[in-house]
Write a protein that binds this ligand. Structure first.
Ligand SMILES: C[S@@+](CC[C@H](N)C(=O)[O-])C[C@H]1O[C@@H](n2cnc3c(N)ncnc32)[C@H](O)[C@@H]1O
Length: 256
């Protein structure tokens, strides 16, 4: 795999091509405010889109957890004492990933098991339709940064008002006509990342996504006034991320 140096995209973002294990190892201890990761889910099938594809198959659940655990160890190291991590996974592994995070961060550092309820998707005659992903939120220490997000209230009584968000995030996944869609497989909506980044990192802080795909986390972070770092092993992902960052109004120059 040809390696390319980290590229600075605009004022506040950099993206690098490679295995995030190696790239994370090159980052300083305690230098990041929020790590969000949306790794392959071990679906057993390649994920394809018009702007790229990635493999999503591991020899076994244990091999998957070993892959993830080694990378989560580095994520833990790079977090500041006030930092936290959000690990995006689904029904296949969330129960096992939670155990990994308990071992790494300590069970007392568990903050939330967020449910991203995305609406779209198939149905099954043999089970309730699976219409959510899991996002596991752990803090590095009890001193972690958090600003409760506000969402529009739905009750008649609070009509037109805002209320504190709960651990169920009702945010539609991207449909085929969504303007922000770039064709990268499993692209997450900006609305989701924007809420997470604003809640779990301070303004001016640093957000790192080691499996950045199309760069949604980096775009959300830069839009929210944070610095962003992204890694991906796919050159199409890095190109797509770079293109999205450079299309941001805050972008100035490209070095690298
Ligand atoms: C689920 S996608 C991320 C999608 C992203 N959240 C978005 O909104 O576009 C997972 C990504 O992990 C990348 N990946 C897989 N193994 C990797 C590794 N060892 N290091 C870095 N990236 C990796 C894949 O290339 C893929 O782009």
């Amino acid at each position: 795999m040809p390696e390319r140096p980290s590229e600075v995209c605009g004022r506040n973002a950099r993206v690098a091509l490679g295995d995030c294990l190696d790239l994370l190892r090159a980052e300083d201890d305690a230098s990041v405010d929020l790590v969000y990761l949306d790794p392959p889910f071990n679906t057993g099938k390649p994920q394809r889109g018009t702007a790229g594809e990635f493999a999503d198959r591991f020899a076994s659940m244990d091999a998957y957890l070993d892959f993830l655990g080694r990378r989560l160890t580095e994520c833990h190291r790079v977090l500041r004492p006030t930092g936290s991590i959000l690990v995006h996974c689904d029904w296949r592994s969330s129960h096992r990933v939670r155990c990994l995070l308990d071992d790494l961060f300590g069970p007392e550092m568990f903050v939330n098991h967020l449910v991203w309820s995305y609406g779209l998707g198939g149905s099954s005659p043999r089970s309730f339709a699976k219409k959510h992903d899991d996002i596991l939120f752990y803090a590095k220490t009890e001193d972690y940064h958090f600003d409760v997000p506000r969402v529009p209230a739905t009750s008649q009584r609070m009509r037109g008002m805002m209320k504190k968000a709960t651990d169920v995030l009702d945010i539609p996944s991207l449909n085929n006509l969504a303007l922000e869609r770039v064709g990268y497989p499993t692209q997450k909506p900006l609305a989701l990342l924007s809420m997470l980044v604003r809640a779990c990192s301070p303004e001016g802080g640093t957000v790192l996504d080691p499996f950045c795909g199309s760069g949604t986390t980096l775009v959300a972070a830069v839009e929210a006034g944070r610095s962003a770092i992204g890694f991906d092993i796919s050159d199409r992902a890095v190109e797509t991320t770079r293109g999205r960052l450079l299309a941001q109004p805050s972008s100035l120059a490209v070095a690298g």
